[in-house]
Unconditional design. Sequence first.
Length: 491
Amino acid sequence: MTLPFVPGAGRAGSPPGRRPLPARRAAGEPRLVPGIELVGEFEGSGYRDPPQLVCRPDGQLVRLPGLLYQVVRALDGRGDACGDGRSGGSSDGHSDERSAERRPDEDGSTSIGKGAPGGGSVMTRVADELSRETGRQFTADHVAYLIDEKLAPLALTTYSDGSPPPPARRSDPFLAFRFRLAVLPERVTWFVSGLFAWLFHPLAVYLAVCVFVVGETWVWASPETVIALQAVLTAPGSVLLVVFLAIASCVFHEWGHGAACRYGGVRPGAMGCGIYLVWPAFYTDITNSYRLGRAGRIRADLGGVYFNALFVLGLLGLYTVTGFQPLLVAIVAVNLEIVQQLLPTLRFDGYYIVADLVGIPDLFSYIGPILKRVLLRRPADERLRALKRWPQIVVACWVLCLIPVLLLQVGVLLLNLPRLLAADWHEAQWLLDNAGASGHQVLGMVSACLQIVLLALPIAGLLLALVRPARSLVRFLGRKAGWNGGASAGK
C-alpha cells in the first residue's frame, strides 16, 4: 500500500517582515488552489496539538497547524460554519453571513469579496476572522505573511497578490515506494473493494482468524509440508505455479487494503505495481485512510495481511480436496509474505501499523532527532516537543530497536557478502545446468531464471537501501570537514 503525505508548514505564528517576500506582479486576490479539499482534524494523532488535514488536487494530504487551517477555511469562505474543523470536500452553501459572497474566477477557482487591488479586502476580512476566533490580534500583513511564506509554498493557495504558487512538491520520504504505474483506476478499485468489504464484519473476522489459526497449526505440524517442499522445488512447472499463486496472493493482499478502506467509509485510490527498492511490488493508494480514526487506519493497515490469511484458507481448502502438493508449498510462500509485511523496519504494513498506533505519519523522519536526544544528549528539538509523551517513548523505542537491527543486517551482509555471492553463483550455475533435467527445456530454463532472480534480489535490495544513508553520511562528514565542493562546482 502507499500513503502519500506531505509534512505541514511547521509553526504558523511567525511575525511578518523577517525576510523580504519574493517580488511578484500583482495579479489580484489570494484564493485557494482549485480542487483543494478541507478534510479536518487528524484523529488519534500523537501530537500535542492535533494537526488539520487538507487534501491537494494531486491527492496528497498536507498536515497544517490549527492557525493555518483557519486561514484556509477563511479563504474557502466557510468561517465559523465549520465550527469543529471537520469539513467535507465541498461547500454546503451555508457559509457564515459575515463571509463575503464566493464566485468563480476565470481560472475556475473561487475567491471572496472582490475589492481593492492586491486583495487587501480579502486579507483584512481573514485577519478579522482569525482575530475573532483565536482572541489574538491579526492584521492583513500577518495574513499576507502566512499565505506567502507558509501556504503558497505548499501549493494550497495563490500568493497574497493573487499570483500562482510554485508547482506542488510531492513528498519524497526515506525508503518510499517508487516507479509506480497505476493499473486499476479508482472507480474499478471502488467496485472491487465493495465485493469484499463485508469480510471485515466483526463476526466474519473472528471466524476467519479462528479457522486460520487451526489451519496454520496443521500446516506447520504436518510432515506433508516437508514432503511437498522436497517434491515441488525439483519440478520446474510446480515452481512456476507456486510463484504464480504467490503473486495472486499479493494482488489479493492489495484488495484487502482497499476493502478495509471502503468498509470504514472512505474511498480507496488506484491500484497498481512498481518497484520497492529493487523488488517488484503491488500497491493500493489508501491515503484516504487518514480521514479515519486510529482504529479505522489500523484496520486498513491490517487489511492486506487479513486477506493473505483468507487466501491461505482458500489454498488449504483446495489442498484438502485435491491433495495437490504445490498448493501446500504456496501456503508456505504466503506465510513468508505475511511475516515480511509485518516487519516494522521497512515501509511494509508493520511500519504503518506502528505509525498509526502512535499517530505519527512518518517515523523515519524522527531517527535524527531521537539519536541526537538519546546518544548526544542534546535538548529535544521542535519536532520532538510537538509529540505527546507516550508517542515520544514509542518512537524512541522503535528508533533504538531499528538502528541495531539494520546495522546487524548490514554487518552480516557485508561480512558474508563474498560467500553469499559465491554460493549464489554456484546455485545459479547448477540451476542453469539442470534446467532441462525435467524433460521440459523451455519450462526448466524459465524456472531457473526466475529462481536466479529471486536469489539476487535480497542482496541487491539491501545494497540499494544503503545508498541514501551512505550519501547522507558522506555529506555530513564533508560538512564537518569543511569541504566546499558545491562552491567550487559553481565557478
